[in-house]
Design a protein around this ligand. Sequence first.
Ligand SMILES: [Zn+2]
Ligand SMILES: [Zn+2]
Length: 266
Amino acid sequence: MLPADSHVHTEWSWDAHAGDMVATCARAVTLGVPAVAFTEHVDHARFQAGPADEPMVPPPFDAEGYLAAVEECRHRFPGLRILTGAELGEPHRHAEQVAAVLATGDFERVLGSVHGIPVGGDGYAEPPALFARQDDPAQVVRDYLHEVVALLEGSDVFSVLAHVDFPLRAWPDDAGPVDVTAFEAELREVLRVLAASGRALEVSTKRPIERVVVRWWHDLGGDAVSFASDTHDPDGLAHGFADAVRLAEACGFRPGRSPVDLWGRA
Ligand SMILES: [Zn+2]
Ligand SMILES: [Zn+2]
């Protein structure tokens, strides 16, 4: 049996233009995905493409509308386990706004993410903009991973760390192939802090996480993983999960009792 897809966006995420919650549920039933967590974006950072550009402020998340839509899907697809959730962007830097959103209902699978890092004033830059600003691409990755440590140390409102390798999705072509072991020290520090906090690591299939990172996670005492397509449309649901399951098993993780459970140590 496939595991839950614990990181899925629908039309309730501001950037998911092809998102469709009902169609995603139907797709889950077709594929035999037993459980889905709808983790919509909750973002408060002002993103800047370039130093001279106007910042882009994501529109507010409609928590009440989203929760009602989940309830409707639970009635419509009674055989599918549907978890509420959220993907919190930089919750350590927007604690009050995030708390207000989480207070509106019961969010079951809450992810913590770093998408952008502060670049002066109240602006944030995401990896494509960071690579454009910085001559040394490796420094972008190190800065990102330092910010992830700040996220883990500065917020306890989420239970899964999303896409630890997020900047590698935008690694510049002219920098040659990525060697994740070049960031072993920084990644191990992130994983050590994550394990100490008792939270889970996401096995993302969007840019498939390197096996060695999941091995480090197991070696450092990490005791849970989630599976995450991070899809923004119904077609991407559970994409690459067969490989991700094999990877997690090879690294010492096993399913829980229920399909909505995170995988634990074997
Ligand atoms: Zn994200
Ligand atoms: Zn996401």
